[in-house]
Design a protein around this ligand. Structure first.
Ligand code: 13P
Length: 285
């Protein structure tokens, strides 16, 4: 199986009205857990790697692991750069074989965000690669991206239409009240804003920072056009909680396979829960 462009996965989700997880890969065990869950649930798969995760694992190792997996699966799989910070970062991933990139120029003023996004779209589309961009800014911390409450901004629906038209982007990440990382209080999603954006914008929408959002709210957002839902923190928490438990019970344990294995199994269950909550179970083709 070859990697598929992420746009293909999102287009089918859009036609049939479900969401697909953009699940972050941070190491071998997280990749194994996500793959196992997707195989068991027969879900299309979007493997997301941030620049930080690529630096941690090594780009060639990421590519090697994913290509190895592709030999043994018939699931549709996209490999996606999460929060690419520059044209160069996006091009490096495309050159190595990624089928999707995010250019996150949301920290720049509107016109600059458009210019930076359009530049990546033109190059990526020339070789059939999907592009995600972001308009508005989520509070919180995701790897190298930190946004304070003062810097955060919700997506303006009118700007969203103009942004999509002028950039030609395939899918748009919107800021509607979610946050990256661990939530301070209960998240309050601005569904009116999401509905307005969805009424005006005709590309699939992306929800970042979904870890702390109740499934019922994610499901409501899927009804309003969200097609890709990014989850990282919740899976890291599931992995680490189990790892801690095993080490606390076995303080003399030193073989990483003995504590990473159960942690990975715990993560598999969390990923499966999310796949079912988003409705992509059984949707592989
Ligand atoms: P969380 O870490 O909050 O789940 O967010 C993930 C994300 O949005 C990746 O881009």
């Amino acid at each position: 199986m070859e990697l598929v462009p992420m746009a293909e996965i999102l287009q089918k989700a859009d036609e049939e009205g479900y969401g697909v997880g953009g699940f972050n890969v941070n190491n071998l065990e997280s990749l194994q857990a996500i793959i196992q869950a997707a195989e068991e649930e027969r879900s299309p798969l979007i493997l997301a790697t941030s620049e930080g995760a690529i630096n941690y694992m090594g780009m060639d190792h990421v590519i090697g692991m994913v290509k190895g997996y592709l030999k043994n699966t018939d699931l549709p799989v996209a490999l996606h750069l999460d929060h690419g910070g520059s044209f160069e970062a996006a091009m490096k991933c495309i050159r190595k074989g990624y089928s999707s990139v995010m250019i996150d120029a949301s920290k720049y003023p509107f016109e600059e965000n458009i210019a930076k996004t359009r530049e990546v779209v033109q190059a990526a589309h020339a070789v059939g690669v999907t592009v995600e961009a972001e308009l508005g800014r989520l509070v919180g911390n995701e790897d190298d991206v930190t946004v304070t409450e003062k810097e955060a901004a919700m997506t303006n629906p009118d700007e969203a239409v103009e942004f999509v038209e002028r950039t030609g982007v395939d899918c748009l990440a919107v800021a509607i009240g979610t946050a990256h990382g661990v939530y301070k209080g209960d998240p309050e999603l601005d569904f009116d804003r999401l509905q307005k954006i969805n009424d005006k914008v005709d590309v699939p929408l992306v929800l970042h920072g979904a870890s702390g959002v109740p499934d019922s709210d994610v499901q409501k957002s899927i009804e309003m056009g969200i097609r890709k839902i990014n989850v990282n923190t919740a899976f890291q928490q599931a992995f680490t909680a189990k790892l801690r438990e095993v080490l606390e019970e076995n303080p003399d344990m030193y073989d990483p396979r003995k504590y990473c294995g159960p942690a990975r199994d715990a993560m598999v269950e969390r990923v499966k829960d999310k796949i079912r909550a988003f409705g992509s179970d059984g949707k592989a083709w």
